[in-house]
Design a protein around this ligand. Structure first.
Ligand SMILES: [Zn+2]
Length: 544
């Protein structure tokens, strides 16, 4: 035999994610590649005295998970922020702040992470300014919730210059009955607070990215998309991307990354294309193309029918969300499409509301009649609401759709803002899988928790963090969910046949899991972590 493996994993349950969903017992690896998959006996005969053998002791091994829609750069910028993902009530959240305050100098800011939502707290509300003041009297505190809302302590409000008489156009300063700010700030008012906070240290960005990659490895993630490198400006986006490219080149980032450049205008897209279209893609870094938004998230998706009126929160009966590309701007979007097609790059477009889908999918179809946009892996991100006709167009053009578990954390808000019928009609995975639409799994971290098993669990049981089931008929099987997260994501990100399954000739990227997700009750899948994660034939993570 020409190849003797340097590594053999044996006595495992190996979920290969090949086209037949084969379960094997052993895998042999030579350097960075898989050279055999099969039974213990057949693979073990390949070993010689130098082959390292790893007994999996019956554990489940799956192909490395591939997050096809995430924002690791945003996560890197908040990697040192206080995490509230484990908080289940206000006092847990305040405790997390108090713990951090113990190691923070008086006067220094305490910044929270955005990866949480008040619906995970038993009180179902944001903390108040007074609660933050009592918990951390010596530090200004700022807690983002998602991308539009922040809560500030009194010291933080004072530093940002926000008081009883402050008005900020385009923003909301929530006030109590006496007119004093409660600490809750939205949009431009939250931006005012952000401007007063200390900036992330650019020189530490590379280090922070490595920390994020390691965190992802601990969940078995071996490949991630950067779905729109968002910097404070084109220059910072470019700087961050170039920093990461260097890390990938030096093999310092323990995962593979595909990145696109976030653009809000043709000029910005052109800047990104000019800076990166000549990038030499490698096995570890791929420049994908341009990312644009067409609307917002659950509170600002562009909807055909108006939002629900929510007393004190969403008072406008005629509110339809945000429209980034109204008819007057559609020619600019067409030019961005031409730009990407001409440069043979991917275009990723965020579509959240049904009105956005109705206006953008015909533009994609127009471009698709001129260019093979399927070959360029053009992608719609999210697409919670879709019609059969739109799905037919997506299928015909070979467009990819990347789906995440926003409703897991934000389900209560979908119900409140969109109403029962829209919240239950969203994320039509069953139909999309049955049609054979190209789909990838993802988390949208840090908007949602970076744990891929939360996403996989949601796809199967459609349960929110508060236990509500939304549109159970749109669920897919666990097998299908894992395939979306492995083969599906690899396809959408253009890694092709290099990764995505445990098959001969593919890269040795895989994860050994703490529990057999095919055996535990579905509701426990989110408790899964990796015990070993391997990228390119090297162990990048080992638990304990
Ligand atoms: Zn996103």
């Amino acid at each position: 035999m020409e190849c003797t493996p340097n590594l053999i994993f044996h006595h495992g349950k190996i979920y290969t994610s090949d086209t037949l969903c084969t379960i094997a017992e052993a895998v042999a690896v030579k350097d960075d590649k898989i050279i055999a998959v099969g039974s213990n006996d057949s693979v073990m005969t390949m070993a010689d005295s130098k082959t390292e053998t790893i007994d999996l002791a019956g554990r489940l091994m799956i192909p490395g998970l591939n997050d096809s829609h995430a924002h690791p750069f945003m996560e890197a910028n908040q990697v040192t922020a206080v995490s509230f993902s484990e908080a289940r009530n206000i006092s847990d959240l305040l405790d997390a702040l108090k713990t951090r305050a113990k190691t923070t100098k008086p006067g220094e800011w305490l910044l929270g992470s955005m990866s949480w939502h008040e619906t995970q707290l038993s009180e179902g509300r944001l903390p108040t300014r007074e609660e933050l003041d009592r918990a951390c009297p010596d530090n200004p505190v700022s807690i983002p919730r998602g991308a539009h809302v922040k809560v500030a302590s009194s010291r933080a409000l004072q530093i940002a210059g926000i008081g009883a008489d402050t008005e900020i156009p385009g923003g909301v300063i929530d006030r109590d009955s006496s007119g004093q700010p409660t600490g809750i700030l939205m949009d431009a008012a939250a931006d005012r607070l952000t401007a007063a906070e200390p900036k992330a240290d650019a020189s530490k960005f590379g280090e922070a990215m490595i920390a994020v990659a390691k965190k992802l490895n601990s969940y078995g993630v071996t490949t991630s998309a950067e779905s729109g490198a968002i910097g404070a400006s084109e220059e910072t986006s470019e700087y961050n991307l170039k920093t990461v490219m260097t890390l990938c080149k030096e093999k310092k980032l323990p995962l593979r990354l595909s990145a696109s450049f976030f653009s809000t205008s043709y000029e910005m897209a052109k800047y990104g294309v000019t800076a990166f279209s000549e990038t030499q893609n490698t096995d570890f870094f791929k420049f994908q193309g341009i990312k644009v938004m067409s609307d917002g998230g659950v509170e600002s998706a562009n909807l055909i029918d108006p939002y629900e009126v929510i007393s004190g929160v969403q008072p406008y009966p005629d509110y339809h969300g945000i429209e980034v590309w109204p008819p007057s701007r559609q020619d600019e979007l067409r030019r961005i499409m031409e730009l990407c097609a001409g440069a043979h790059l991917q275009l990723q477009i965020h579509i959240h509301g049904d009105k956005s889908a109705a206006s953008i999918i015909p533009l994609l179809s127009e471009q698709g009649n001129k260019t093979d946009i399927g070959k360029l892996n053009w992608t719609i991100c999210h697409l919670p609401l879709s019609t059969d006709e739109q799905l037919e167009t997506i299928k015909r053009l070979g467009i990819c759709v990347t789906v995440q578990h926003q409703p897991y954390l934000l389900g209560e808000n979908y119900l409140r803002y969109w109403g029962n019928s829209r919240a239950n009609a969203m994320a039509r995975y069953r139909k999309m899988v049955d049609m054979g639409i190209r789909m990838g799994g993802g988390t949208d971290m840090p908007i949602d928790p970076l744990n891929p098993f939360c996403s996989i669990e949601w796809m199967v049981d459609r349960k929110t963090i508060t236990g509500k089931v939304l549109g159970k008929e749109h669920s897919i099987t666990l097998d299908e969910a894992v395939r979306l997260w492995t083969r599906g994501s690899a396809d959408c990100e253009g890694w092709g046949s290099m990764i995505g399954s445990i098959e001969v000739g593919k890269k040795a990227d895989f994860a050994v899991l703490s529990q057999d997700i095919f055996q535990v009750p579905v509701g426990e899948i989110h408790n899964t972590v990796a015990v070993q994660t391997w990228v390119d034939g090297k162990c990048v993570y080992r638990r304990g």
